[in-house]
Design a protein around this ligand. Structure first.
Ligand code: AMP
Length: 399
């Protein structure tokens, strides 16, 4: 069975073609700068990488480009578009409607549109991808896989803010979380690697990338997660401030005369590692700046690490223990030093890692030290595979 996975953004579209008989990637790539004067189309398959610059006026053209590219690239191994069995789309916000992936129909489409109010940068862009596929490949089953779905298993005490009920309900303000597909994938995968059913484990998954979130997964369900109403809450991230006293935001708006749009820009695009360091949102560049003696960069890194520790500690308390901690995404998979600093001085909780085993990048490895009562793992995330698996299940049964 062949599945095309699409992650459609406002001016970009990433894709991966997967053969689900052996869960291998046949081809992948992206279309960038859609709607801008000069677009870029990149496709990679077995031993081949092609990059083309051309005008890509809209998402429909982008999808056509992807399909033609897949057919023309012999290395991809796709003989005809009929061989694509279904398309899986990543959707950022599914509100409290979607607790699992489902086939797209008019009602589903309308709900994704409605939730665009909460994810204005994402949901409308996802719909462009869905609509383009409907036009270019009419009748092909399309499945939507929501970043928020896994977190729908959270209990009300974890997802409810302390706002007056009337306003919280009217505006659907609650914790939704994000990166759910990644948290579900790595928690399921670590259970497999440990040889135990996920339903019998307490797991803390640390998705540490440009966007970062931490999730407590108890017996296969989310107990709590650090991202909230939007992906802003929780960790200090590349450019997001994360946890902050909400009244500090009001104070800034009042005393600087900021509009909601300006404040949003500052909280989501100018804060975090970037805002504190004044140097970069990229962890590697933060490390370079620290090496050059930049103290603000050091502070930004310290906040990042301290906050991961705080979330781990609070989730251990909330779950009454933890069996496994998992590190994933750009920083989690590739930053031995970051993992070491996060896990330092946690022996009280039974968390100890082995320096040698921890010297690993982008591989599935148990990095716990002997005698650590908690298993600590690096598990590379694979959201595309998880989306393709959900697509097969939703389109062809087992869902
Ligand atoms: P992601 O959003 O998952 O792509 O992760 C992006 C973040 O991962 C950036 O802050 C990168 O600096 C960081 N990252 C990627 N590769 C490495 C690496 N080899 N060492 C440390 N950080 C890395």
């Amino acid at each position: 069975m062949i599945i095309l996975v699409i992650n459609s953004g406002s001016s970009s579209l990433k894709f991966q073609l997967l053969n689900m008989d052996n869960e291998s990637v046949m081809a992948q790539g992206q279309v960038e700068k859609i709607g801008l004067p000069s677009g870029i189309f990149t496709i990679k398959a077995e031993g081949l990488k092609n990059k083309t610059e051309l005008e890509i006026p809209n998402h429909e053209v982008a999808v056509e480009l992807v399909l033609n590219g897949l057919l023309e690239t012999k290395e991809a191994g796709l003989k005809s578009l009929d061989d694509i069995d279904a398309i899986g789309h990543r959707i950022v916000q599914g509100g409290d409607t979607f607790s699992k992936a489902c086939l797209v129909d008019d009602a589903v489409r309308a709900k994704i549109e409605e939730y665009g109010a909460m994810a204005p940068l994402h949901n409308p862009a996802h719909l462009k991808g869905i609509d383009a596929c409907s036009k270019v490949m009419p009748g092909k089953p399309q499945v939507v896989v929501f970043d928020t779905a896994f977190h729908q298993t959270m209990p009300a005490m974890a997802y409810t803010y302390g706002l007056p009920k009337e306003y919280a309900e009217k505006h659907k303000i609650r914790r939704y979380g994000a990166h759910g597909t990644s948290h579900r994938y790595v928690s399921g995968r670590v259970a497999e690697l440990m040889g135990k059913p996920v339903e019998e484990l307490k797991i803390i998954t640390c998705h540490l990338g440009n966007g970062s979130s931490i999730t407590a997964v108890k017996n296969g369900k989310v107990l709590d997660t650090s991202m909230g109403f939007t992906p802003h809450e929780g960790m200090l991230m590349g450019t997001r401030c994360g946890d902050i006293d909400a009244t500090a935001v009001l104070y800034l708006m009042k005393h600087e005369g900021f509009t909601p749009e300006r404040m949003d820009q500052m909280l989501n695009k100018e804060s975090g590692l970037m805002g504190v360091s004044g140097v970069s949102s990229d962890f590697r560049e933060i490390d370079d700046a620290i090496a050059a003696g930049n103290e603000q960069a050091k502070l930004a890194r310290d906040i990042f690490i301290y906050r991961v520790k705080k979330y781990i500690g609070s989730y251990v308390a909330a779950m009454n223990g933890v069996d496994a901690i998992v590190f994933t995404a750009g920083i989690g998979e590739n930053g031995p030093d970051v993992r070491e600093e996060i896990c330092a001085d946690m022996d009280f909780l039974g968390i100890k890692i082995d320096a040698e085993k921890n010297n690993v990048r982008g591989k599935e490895v148990n990095i716990s030290a002997e005698g650590s009562s908690v298993q600590v793992w690096v598990v590379p995330t694979n959201e595309e595979l998880a989306i393709a698996q959900d697509t097969v299940a939703a389109a062809f049964g087992n869902n």
